[in-house]
Design a protein around this ligand. Structure first.
Ligand code: H79
Length: 595
């Protein structure tokens, strides 16, 4: 039998989290006082990093505690805000990298009860309020960086470690020999306090595992398992020993992952409060991110950064309330739903599913971002549709659905008549009730508008070498570094013709950095045509599904396909460029019909 860290959470223990889908992240700490400005100088980075960005000495940063008096803090109000937003859990910073505990800690006096005039324990008040409202309370705990502790990672300006460290080479930081002492003297005892002082905790959200050894990550996991076996361990405990995978900050994959996962995301461009950051994402953008992430099987952990007075910024409150109103109407398409069974992204929106459960038939939810002007055509559904209606329409007026079977290419197609007006300005949901569980033909097929999209998700990967080659992961081809590896797709052509071929690659990178490798040379083969081409950035397009990173389009050439039927397309690289070590991050190949 497996034990301890080797034992991932049971389905039962993960059930609440899979049902929940939407949580509130709260970054609150001393950094809310400078709020992004130190001695008149703007911190261009995230607010909670101000101590590190300006290398503020511990003795000076500590002084902030004497001014921290958030008298407007109201735990019940914060919990009500989360609940009315349709969120099911709250993750709050119990201790961030600055080392300051936002709860009553006996391990150190550097905490909100002992060191501030406020003197209250907000975690105690939040635990109480969450219990009343049925919201799961969860804690963020920075277990590796602690700029206040001499043995931890991150503060070489007060505690030289013999390494040349600047704020810009934070990724290079290595454990100092004294690091285990910090783990034993501070991190572990504080996590123990958090798991014993506030009742049941839903999730322990660790962060920045940088140089943790696997053994250390296991220890931090086992600690949670031992005290609260049902508490979920966040993916950033490190070394893949957590209960689910946490994306990078604001990173949204282009397709479902194999296991459970979550996206932590900012509403503007900071986690902690910054008085000069007004770059708020719109409610529409945020709602679409929620829907898109859920349709890929993930959870959305959306952040607010309360002020030093204890108030959640007004723009955040407005957006959360609007999201809550949408979820009140459309929640059944979100909570406990299953991912998009088609596997790849649609231009018009996305899909979620509720499986049949004995009482209810299977339902497929079409989430429209762009409302179709013409009758909507959905390809690949083999089920019979027993009913169709708008989720927002309480009268359940039936929508007409015309099924079609195109025999020569064994293809199923539905045409759905939709009203002229979208029922919702942000995301409009159409329900298809099905006989039996969802049965989808995922072979890429030409759409009614003539376009064909071959997604990484549906590619056959031909890895030449030792198994370390490319893989389809997060909706792109990752680790495609070797020219011997190639891809192919089988796809259905319904209307022959001449097509422009566009290869779509994806930017990646960390923290607003946009990195992209181009210049790969490829040979693309389809329908007796071979096209040699170089993957250049002919166009960069904003990707509303991830906001911070763009899609890059590269024109490869044109091809004429003369016959309807199943065809094959191959992409074989002649040269792969790996300047940024990510290689050829292919997301899709598009065939666009020529007029
Ligand atoms: O808590 C939030 C962030 O503070 C934390 N994760 C989320 C949930 C986080 N820890 N580390 N990082 C994020 C990576 C941070 C990198 C940077 Fe920087 C900080 C880039 C810009 C500011 C370091 C300092 C590099 C440049 C300046």
């Amino acid at each position: 039998m497996m034990k301890g860290h080797d034992m991932k959470k049971s389905d039962e223990a993960m059930a609440w989290w899979r049902e929940a889908r939407f949580g509130l992240f709260i970054h609150w700490g001393l950094y809310a006082i400078p709020a992004g400005v130190w001695k008149g100088v703007e911190n261009p980075f995230i607010a909670e990093w101000i101590m590190k960005v300006f290398q503020i000495p511990v003795k000076e940063y500590e002084q902030l505690a004497g001014d921290f008096n958030p008298v407007k803090f109201d735990a019940e109000e914060w919990v009500r805000v989360a609940k009315e937003a349709g969120m099911k859990y709250i993750v709050i910073t119990a201790k961030h990298h600055d080392g300051f505990a936002m709860y009553d800690s006996k391990v150190s006096d550097y905490d909100i009860v002992d060191a501030t005039p406020f003197g209250r324990d907000p975690m105690k008040e939040l635990a109480e309020a969450c219990r009343k409202e049925g919201i799961r309370l969860c804690f963020y705990y920075s277990h590796v960086q602690d700029w206040h502790h001499p043995d931890a990672l991150g503060n070489p300006w007060d505690y030289p470690s013999g390494q040349e460290l600047t704020v810009y080479n934070w990724e290079e930081e290595k454990q100092k020999p004294t690091f285990p002492r910090y783990l034993e003297e501070k991190a572990k005892p504080q996590v123990r306090e958090l798991l014993t002082q506030y009742g049941p905790i839903g999730l322990l959200w660790y962060d920045t595992p940088y140089d943790m050894t696997k053994e250390q990550s296991k220890e931090m996991t086992d600690l949670v398992r031992e005290i609260q076996p049902d508490c979920i361990v966040g993916g950033r405990v490190g070394n893949e020993v957590g209960d689910y995978e946490e994306m990078d900050d604001n990173e949204i994959p282009a397709a479902a992952l194999d296991g459970d996962w979550q996206v932590p995301a900012t509403m503007n461009d900071t986690w902690g409060f910054k008085k000069n950051d007004h770059n708020w994402k719109s409610t529409q953008t945020l709602l679409r991110l929620l829907v898109d992430i859920v349709s890929k099987g993930g959870n959305f952990l959306l952040n607010v950064g309360p002020t030093a007075e204890g108030l959640i910024p007004q723009p955040s409150l407005e957006r959360l309330a609007e999201m809550g109103r949408w979820l009140e109407i459309n929640g059944e398409a979100i909570y406990g739903s299953k991912p998009n069974p088609f596997g790849s992204e649609f231009d018009w929106g996305t899909v979620t599913v509720q499986s049949p459960d004995g009482t209810n038939p299977a339902r497929m939810y079409l989430h429209f971002f762009d409302w179709p002007a013409e009758p909507f055509v959905l390809d690949g559904v083999r089920n019979k549709v027993t009913q169709a209606f708008l989720l927002a329409d309480t009268s359940r007026q039936a929508l007409n659905v015309a099924p079609e079977y195109i025999e020569n290419v064994d293809h199923h197609r539905l045409t759905i008549d939709l009203p002229a007006q979208a029922p919702d300005e942000n995301v409009s949901v159409v329900v298809l009730e099905l006989d039996g569980d969802v049965d989808i033909d995922t072979t890429p097929a030409q759409r009614a508008d003539g376009r064909i999209t071959l997604s990484a998700v549906h590619a056959d990967v031909h890895a030449a070498g030792d198994g370390t080659g490319p893989a389809r992961h997060k909706g792109v081809v990752e680790n495609w570094l070797d020219e011997k590896d190639w891809l192919s797709w089988r796809f259905k052509v319904l209307e022959p013709g001449t097509f422009d071929i566009v290869v779509v690659t994806a930017e990646g990178g960390y923290h607003g950095e946009s990195q992209w490798d181009g210049g790969h040379e490829i040979t693309l083969a389809v329908a007796d045509t071979k096209l040699a081409s170089t993957i250049n950035a002919d166009e960069r397009v904003y990707n509303p599904r991830c906001v911070y990173w763009q899609d890059v389009l590269s024109n490869v050439g044109k091809v004429t396909i003369k016959k309807a039927g199943v065809h094959t397309l191959e992409v074989r690289p002649d040269k792969i460029v790996t300047a940024w070590k990510q290689g050829f991050r292919l997301k899709s190949v598009k065939l666009v019909p020529r007029p």
